[in-house]
Design a protein around this ligand. Sequence first.
Ligand SMILES: [Fe+2]
Length: 268
Amino acid sequence: MVEIIQISDLHYGSEFVAEYLENIIDYIKEANPDVVICTGDVVHKGRVVQYENILPYFNRIKAITRLMVIPGNHCAKNSGLIFFERLIGPRRSKMVIEEKDTIIVGLCSARDDMSEGMIGDEQLDWMGRCFNKNLENRIIALHHHLIPVPLSGQKFTTVRDAGEIIEFTQLFEIDLVLMGHRHVPHAHVIGPTTYLYCGTSSSRKVRADDVPSFNHIFLDKGDLEVYMVHSNNLEKHLLLERKDNRTKFVRPRRTRIEHLLSSAVWDE
Ligand SMILES: [Fe+2]
């Protein structure tokens, strides 16, 4: 079993709440997961000073456990990927945790000053070579949505070549795809793969009824348990459970259709 904490969309530089990130680091210390994965937008404007200020938090997490950080579209603003690679790490990365039979591949879906994402053939090719290793738990992390998420606003800012990536996840039987981007905790399931989205973990940039949150994940030979943890008070709620290929997804908010059906407009 591999234990993962996914944080995302820290947005240092805009509506960032240091207290939330302190809470998260306390939680990580207590849980001591095998790895922490941050799925992008670590800073808001790609500025070097923002990277310099978020870095000490990452160093504190690294002192506790393994850390993978991948860039988001906000990291790539103002040519910020230069500073991302200089201060945080490579824009794409592979992590093998032999003793947990786990491989994690982090992709860069961000492009300079573009809101939408793109993976491209070159990264796809590299990813295919990474997953040639026969490890039990197979995970991909990227920033942008592969499939639009309800109530997440601009749904055109997904990955342009999402079809190719989704096809890849089915072909290579990827267990878990971790994403951030629109700050809405959510999940989709197709075949062997669970597509899991994280909220904003350390900013006030939430949508509708959502709260700042992060995901605590347990993956064991295809079985999956995901808890959504509130960053402000560390309250924990089951978000998703997958056992013997059956998934129970506990929606953290009302659905779009529930909102519509309860609207006064339709009362007549
Ligand atoms: Fe974001």
